[in-house]
Ligand binder design. Structure first.
Ligand code: ADE
Length: 341
């Protein structure tokens, strides 16, 4: 089995096979993750769509349609796939696009899937093209065609697969080929969370971590979490450490402000990379418009990191504008950074 595949059994609610771990699959992140839609906060329309699809599939005793989840990192795509597997009482098999280097990697997994199993591919837009082509017949007709030998001796053998459910997650739906995109029956984009939703998530996580957090502390932390539960939970742990060491242990607005200042996170949740990105547009390119490649080169950052991680929240906050001729810093960015236009 490929080293990057992690398989869960929902009956045992544990890990069946694990050789390699990925950031958000282990440690406390797992314990903070909601395990049912009842516990899940936010993404109301997506959750409702999925609950209906799951209930209908169960009533008809059928598998779910393939599901594509799109949105910035940390909004719950992986969490939702775990919940789907739990609610369907099926196994969850997890891998990612870059881990599927060869056709054989994918075929190995597909041929081991059971009826109704949930096959989660994170970063599905990064599957190599030759591997992706095996997915089309697998998703549509639950078959794969093996080709043996070459030239005049070439023979094809059709292998029947079980009716699995593919859950694809992507930060860049535009990079998915249309044959792949069209084979998903359910397509949902996850949105950033509101401050109110993050407050509820933070209080729930604080409870699990046995940490006391004040109402003001929770709302200050929520404001600085970039609309993202994964960031809220990660920062909660930094703030918890700080409060334990530097004050009486309880998390308050003051301890959130002081500890996040140390982390370089400002009042709106912008990180030093966010501020560098905005200052690059403003100082080097006179506010823009400027192409993303030029910004990436100046910052010595990967373009993908800027597009996937940095820009979505800055766009949502109205700090940066995307125009046909490139990125522009908005008035709000100048004001926030206390710079003159
Ligand atoms: N922890 C992380 N994401 C969450 C969510 N959407 N609801 C509840 N707790 C969470």
């Amino acid at each position: 089995m490929n080293d990057d595949i992690i398989s869960y059994s929902s009956e045992k609610k544990g890990i069946v096979t694990s050789k390699n771990t990925s950031d958000d699959l282990f440690s406390e992140i797992v314990s903070l993750r909601p395990t049912s839609f009842k516990e899940y906060i936010g993404q109301n329309d997506t959750v409702e769509t999925l609950k209906i699809a799951i209930q209908a599939a169960k009533m008809r005793n059928e598998s779910l349609e393939h599901i594509l989840l799109h949105g910035p990192p940390g909004l719950g795509k992986t969490t939702i796939s775990h919940i789907i597997a739990d609610e369907m009482e099926k196994n969850l098999i997890v891998t990612s696009g870059p881990a599927l280097e060869k056709g054989g990697d994918l075929i190995g997994i597909l041929t081991n899937l059971g009826d109704g199993d949930i096959f989660f591919i994170d970063e599905i837009h990064r599957i190599p093209k030759i591997v992706e082509e095996f997915l089309y017949p697998a998703m549509e007709d639950f078959v794969i065609d093996f080709i043996f030998d070459k030239g005049i001796h070439a023979r094809s053998h059709r292998y029947r697969l079980k009716q699995f459910v593919l859950v694809g997650a992507t930060t860049r739906v535009g990079l998915l080929s249309s044959p792949l995109r069209d084979r998903f029956g359910i397509f949902r984009t996850l949105d950033f969370y509101s401050i109110e939703q993050l407050v509820i998530i933070i209080k729930r996580s604080a409870d699990i971590l046995n940490t006391i957090i004040s109402e003001n502390g929770a709302s200050e932390l929520a404001k600085r979490s970039r609309g993202t539960p994964r960031i809220a939970n990660r920062l909660l742990k930094r703030v918890r450490d700080y409060s334990q060491v530097k004050s009486h242990g309880n998390v308050t607005r003051q301890s959130v402000q002081a500890s996040l200042e140390l982390e370089g996170i400002d009042s709106l949740g912008l990180t030093s990379l966010d501020r560098h990105y905005l200052k690059t547009i403003i100082d080097f390119y006179m506010g823009g418009p400027v192409g993303i490649e030029a910004i990436a080169a100046t910052l010595q950052e990967e373009t993908d990191t800027l597009v996937d991680v940095v820009e979505p929240f800055l766009l949502k906050m109205g700090m940066v504008l995307r125009t046909s001729s490139g990125r522009k810093a908005s008035q709000k960015a100048y004001q926030h950074l206390k710079l003159k236009t």
